[in-house]
Design a protein around this ligand. Structure first.
Ligand SMILES: [Zn+2]
Length: 167
């Protein structure tokens, strides 16, 4: 009667689809996104704001992996690190985060959609984000105070190279 693993059922919502088990792992579909170039955004376009005031449903923020349980890129499906105890060397210790209705495949192989928006994370790579957000551009990235103060020159160069953003 009682199912231990069901207490998250209120948080997830089944989606009517017949996607196979491998859904979400094999992005075979090719779309037009690959042709879109990283946008080159000027520094003045970046907003430096309080992390508690960020609208993370419509914007992306940077997050450091340290002291988090962030593991997998929602775009390419690859891991950021082998365990949560590992903190990659800079500049690979930061990711982009946004709140989305998250697709995931449950233990029965069914494609589910989170009922609430949850944080998903991406590599600092335009291609990873474009896999999920075709309308992505650099102006959706907000830089919060707590992040700005922690960004090294190495991080800034990396962000510029991968996202076309000058911080
Ligand atoms: Zn990725």
């Amino acid at each position: 009667m009682e199912t231990k693993e069901e207490n998250n059922s209120s948080l997830s919502l089944a989606v009517n689809t017949t996607l196979p088990k491998s859904a979400g792992r094999k992005p075979n579909e090719k779309r037009g996104w690959a042709k879109k170039k990283a946008t080159c955004t000027k520094p003045s376009d970046l907003s430096v704001i309080d992390p508690f005031q960020v609208d993370t449903e419509n914007n992306y923020i940077f997050r450091f992996l340290e002291n988090t349980r962030i593991m997998v890129c929602y775009g390419c499906g690859k891991r950021f690190r082998s365990s949560t105890a590992e903190v990659p060397n800079p500049p690979f210790d930061i990711v982009l985060a946004k709140k989305e209705y998250r697709n995931y495949v449950n233990e029965l192989g069914q494609l589910k959609l989170s009922l609430r928006r949850e944080f998903v994370h991406y590599h600092i790579n335009t291609q990873c984000i474009l896999k999920k957000d075709l309308l992505f551009d650099g102006q959706k990235i907000l830089v919060t105070h707590n992040v700005t103060t922690r960004l090294s020159e190495e991080h800034r160069e990396f962000i510029q190279e991968r996202l076309g953003l000058q911080l």
